[in-house]
Design a protein. Structure first.
Length: 429
């Protein structure tokens, strides 16, 4: 593939790359052509874009980039990224499935895993691929749909219960400036049950790496999915999760952001039938000059559904965090219960938090609420702890740990919970 140059506008550079590589890409070329056409209309969002006004995406994508990188990670390097012993491990290196380092040889009955390229002829894959993430709504969805090189397809068949967690390890190892478009499709059929972890890491490198990841998730009738996302990547990341729920399904998604120069999380969930349950939990810990931007959308389309959302952040130094959460209750979605909360602690006068919880309700028989709070550590609590023998530093660390740990309480995988608690504890040392 060609390396994009400085002579064209940013949008034109991506279009040129698509035209030069489209015949070598997997899947239906018509879907990709529709996506690049949508991207050409939307373009890279600037500061005037309401959805991306706190991010300088044009600056992030400025310069020369390659669109692919060779696999080079070693088994011993992956050990530190694998924190659940009995997990089914899927390694996505530089946006492509790496079978050499993955552990998918002995899968449970009812579980199908393959590279997204190999699955492109699969009828179940074709039924769902690119059906939920709207290429008209966001330029990075369109860009990923047009240029994705690889990723993974996971299908849990009807009435199957997968006891071992499935751990998708995204790792960037490029040694030159690279744009990575990783694409995943996860489908849980009726009455199935699974636990999936997505984690993002990078090897130490001076290269400028921008990852544009997109995961589509289908939770069918009566299915239950626990979804966890851990972001510990030092590079730039746009991470979109598009979930679609059917009748009586239960979906819980938990997002933990520890590192990343600039991180944008888009989480969109559609509740498209009755008696659906949805849980969204997020924790972001920012420092230095990090920019972390969380956007969530919960779309209640049918009656008798419940959603609960809790996002918490601790902002240090000159870092910036954004939370923009929207609950949309359509006219037919009577008897909806939807709750949203965003809480933040500012540890520095130079830190910035932008928070905007939103409700858009068109039904009249609902219970909905949203709220946000931002402040510094409670001086009365610090005084109380110091009066009982703790130093001021220890008291502050304890309060921050307690504040952050509330979000970790929702984790049901014990090894993952211990890993997150250790990360939080070390963060405040």
């Amino acid at each position: 593939m060609e390396t994009i140059t400085k002579t064209n506008t940013l949008t034109e550079k991506f279009i040129i790359e698509f035209e030069s590589s489209k015949n070598s890409l997997f899947g239906d070329i018509a879907i990709r052509e529709q996506a690049i056409e949508s991207f050409s209309k939307l373009g890279i969002p600037g500061r005037k874009s309401e959805e991306y006004k706190y991010l300088n995406m044009e600056l992030l994508l400025k310069g020369d980039f390659s669109f692919s990188a060779s696999d080079k990670i070693k088994a011993e390097q992956l050990l530190s990224f694998q924190f659940v012993k009995n997990a089914i491990v899927i390694v996505i290196e530089n946006g492509k499935f790496n079978p050499e380092h993955s552990k998918i040889d002995s899968l449970s009955a009812g579980l199908y895993i393959s590279s997204i390229a190999d699955a492109s002829e699969n009828s179940k894959f074709q039924k769902h691929y690119s059906k939920y993430a709207d290429i008209q709504s966001d330029p990075f969805i369109a860009l990923n749909t047009a240029l994705a090189l690889g990723g993974i397809f996971i299908n849990v068949s009807k009435s199957s219960v997968i006891n071992d967690p499935i751990h998708i390890v995204h790792v960037s190892t490029a040694s030159e400036n690279t744009i990575i478009n990783a694409r995943n499709l996860i489908v849980l059929e009726e009455n199935s049950n699974a636990k999936i972890i997505e984690s993002f890491f990078s090897l130490d490198s001076e290269a400028k790496i921008f990852t544009n990841a997109l995961t589509e998730i289908v939770v069918s009738q009566n299915a239950i999915l626990e979804h966890y996302k851990i972001q510990d990547d030092t590079k730039d990341l746009v991470n979109t999760t598009q979930a679609y729920q059917q009748k009586q399904s239960v979906f819980s998604t938990n997002n933990y952001t520890f590192r990343g120069s600039t991180v944008r999380n888009n989480l969109n969930i559609v509740l498209d039938d009755e008696f659906i349950e949805t849980h969204l939990n997020g924790l972001y810990l920012t420092k230095d000059t990090q920019v972390i931007d969380n956007h969530t959308l919960v779309d209640h389309r049918k009656p008798n559904c419940n959603s609960n959302e809790l996002y918490k952040g601790i902002i240090e130094d000159k870092s910036t965090a954004t939370f923009n959460g929207k609950i949309y209750v359509r006219k037919d979605a009577q008897k909806t219960n939807a709750f949203q909360s965003n809480k933040n602690i500012l540890l520095s006068d130079d830190g910035t938090i932008n928070t905007k919880p939103q409700l858009e309700i068109y039904a009249d028989d609902v219970k909905c609420s949203h709220g946000t709070s931002t402040g510094k550590l409670d001086e009365d609590k610090i005084f109380y702890l110091r009066a009982r023998g703790l130093s001021e530093v220890s008291a502050k660390k304890l309060l921050m740990y307690a504040f952050a740990s509330e979000v970790v309480e929702h984790v049901k995988i014990e090894e993952l919970k211990e890993y997150l608690e250790e990360k939080i504890s070390k963060r405040f040392e």
